[in-house]
Ligand binder design. Sequence first.
Ligand SMILES: NC(=O)C1=CN([C@@H]2O[C@H](COP(=O)(O)OP(=O)(O)OC[C@H]3O[C@@H](n4cnc5c(N)ncnc54)[C@H](OP(=O)(O)O)[C@@H]3O)[C@@H](O)[C@H]2O)C=CC1
Ligand SMILES: CC(C)(CO)C(=O)C(=O)O
Length: 325
Amino acid sequence: MRIAVLGAGAIGAYAGAALHRGGADVHLVARNEHLKAMRENGVRVLSPRGDFTAHPHATDDPSEIGPVDIVFLGLKAQYYAGCGSLLRPLLGPNTAVVAAQNGVPWWYFHGVEGPLAGHRIESVDPGGAVSRVIPVERAIGCVVYAATEIEGPGVIRHIEGTRFSIGEPDRSDSARCRELSAAMEAGGLKCPVEHDLREDIWVKLMGNIVFNPLSALTRSTMAQICRNRSTRDLARTMMNETLEVAERVGVRPSVSIDRRLAGAERTGDHRTSTLHDLERGRTMELDVILSAVVELADLTGAPVPTLRAVDAVAGLLNQRVAEAS
Ligand SMILES: NC(=O)C1=CN([C@@H]2O[C@H](COP(=O)(O)OP(=O)(O)OC[C@H]3O[C@@H](n4cnc5c(N)ncnc54)[C@H](OP(=O)(O)O)[C@@H]3O)[C@@H](O)[C@H]2O)C=CC1
Ligand SMILES: CC(C)(CO)C(=O)C(=O)O
């Protein structure tokens, strides 16, 4: 299977290294010092499951790669709308795009029935800009339970978790999902193919909607947020409101708030990908994680005063970062 990882950062380079180790024909698209290091020394993965190094081809020019079977999109979601020139050379008639994003994907209401069928979520797909660049028909959904960080150029620190759940937006059984799953599992990852990924999306989102904005606003790790009584209570309230929105769009996540908090606390002193962005002066991936849920709450009439307040202050912080960059 020919796979290009577009945006071979913390998650992309980790998945790409694992896929390469499992025998897939992997090509990484990255840039700057990180690219230079991966070209010279390969991708070094430091993991509690055992360190390893993989040497996939790496470039900053997707036209060197050409059409592939799968594009694994490791960019932050706020860059999807602008990634057309990088993506286009990688697309053949049947190329699928697997976005490793947190939050609500642009294809969310595609391929489903009901009152919201085909609805476009503005915070996720503003004016249709993302679905024009990545047509929903190409999308395979993915929910990433792994946690990784770039420790230095070419070096990925794997904190925990190997699960990348995947599934077709329209719930169909497809050969492309089965083949991708086999390639990921050959590389030592867990990659179950789910009939409907939407439950996984909300289970993961219950954590991200709390920890990603709060970690940035308080510059704290996940464990620090869990161990402080006031922020733990805040987390609980935010998760409750999120569950209410999930239910109004037809999903009942099967995990309790206590279990979700315990899981987050176990991740320990991990700085979320959003905190990393803030520390690097980058805009934060909060539209798909937080603003999208507030938008869905407005659409369905769910009361979300706490999510709305956090969205307001995190939104202002994001605006400040954008102005400074
Ligand atoms: N990290 C984690 O533990 C988890 C992350 N995710 C999701 O995975 C996705 C990726 O996150 P993460 O891996 O943390 O992010 P990173 O910032 O580590 O990775 C993105 C990579 O894309 C590169 N990139 C951006 N623009 C270009 C370009 N034009 N050309 C080449 N390379 C480019 C970035 O390079 P540069 O740094 O130079 O901009 C960076 O290396 C997000 O949607 C996130 O929500 C999901 C679960 C866990
Ligand atoms: C915190 C983590 C690893 C899992 O909740 C994550 O998804 C992120 O860093 O964005």
